[in-house]
Ligand binder design. Sequence first.
Ligand SMILES: Cc1ncc(COP(=O)(O)O)c(C=O)c1O
Length: 438
Amino acid sequence: MLNFPAKHVFPDTTTINDKGHLVIGGCNVTDLASKYGTPLYIIDEDTVRNRCTSFRVAFKELYPDSQIIYGSKAFANLAITKIIVDEKLGLDVVSGGELALASAGGAPSKNIYFHGNNKSRQELTEAVSLGIGRIIIDSFYEIDLLEEIGYQTNKTQDVLIRVSPAVDPHTHSYISTGILDSKFGFAIGTGDAALAVKKVTSSPHLNLMGLHCHIGSQLFELDPYKKAIRVAIKFASDMRDKGLTLYEFSPGGGFGIAYTKDDSPPSITEFASAITSEVLSTCEDLKLEHPKLLIEPGRSIIGPAGVAAYTTGARKVISGIRTYLSVDGGMGDNIRPALYQASYEAVVANKMKTTSSDKVTIAGKYCESGDILINDVNLAPTEPGDIIAIPATGAYCIPMSSNYNMSPRPCVVLVKDGSSRVIRRRETYEDLMAFDVI
Ligand SMILES: Cc1ncc(COP(=O)(O)O)c(C=O)c1O
């Protein structure tokens, strides 16, 4: 078997060269590992841009009044922000830091959307002062706070209300956000959402533009989107005579991607078709004008563009039980397997034409038994110094990374047409101690 388990989980530009080396964006991954060191995160620019275009085109064709907004929490970085801005996507931010990054990356303020269940007074003041497009209100506390800030700054802020439709999206509980028992949003079923509409519409410095409803992340089913859309738009219809006009509506992001060879999520076009048809038909049924549609993909823009490269080191064979193959990164740069039991594929980047006859468990180097990147994966037989590549690592790896065990975070490079450039430098020991005060 050619050691290439699932080409569809690798970036669009992935090939194998004559030497049997993995090539991404025209760059030999083994050479990148030598040049920049490992762990190394490689982002393929073409894949990022292709996916921005696919989202834009898929939605525009079916629903012209739509806007794609990148969920920057998936990977917030200056160079990536510039690509996103260049691709004419908006930016969804969830903190003052992400807001500052979006702004520094050149995102027009009007295209920034601010989410979060507990935004601080300082963060909200920064957002209002910048004149960002929308603040998505998530709590009664936030309504009062934002009204107060509007009064103090003499500004009126456009807002959306985040509602919770009580729909189970069938994903990991840590990334399920639209069920009743969630910290996010105003529940429609309990009457909280109606109360929020009443409060916002009677707040002179808040201008209610519509509703938002993000139900979770890494979703593979279309039905939960449809149910949530119907519940939220029905609620908007019920609130018509309470001062809510649905100028804008967002079903959020959450579009699942393939991490393993067995994953086959709906295509971007299938997501677009299900969402737009449900919005159109629900509005038709309820005799509502079509709102502007705001779509917020994060993972599905950047996840498939990323590949993590590690160098192999120690090997521990427990006869009849398991072989641990240790690499020079792990839960510090990718917490997802430990946090969500996330699965990945792996290949030996310098042995792509060698048969995968070696079953190993890829272990990280951190002092935790739970620091396992992949359980029981078939690889080409390795020696110390080989390069392991793990695809689909563009999203929620570097942004969730830590300095656990005083480990410097990895370097990130952007590759395109055979060139590579650093978009996040590797941290140093000095960086690690920079914040300590004696
Ligand atoms: C409100 C909101 N929009 C968009 C996203 C992006 O989600 P994903 O990366 O799964 O597309 C998230 C992620 O949690 C979110 O909370």
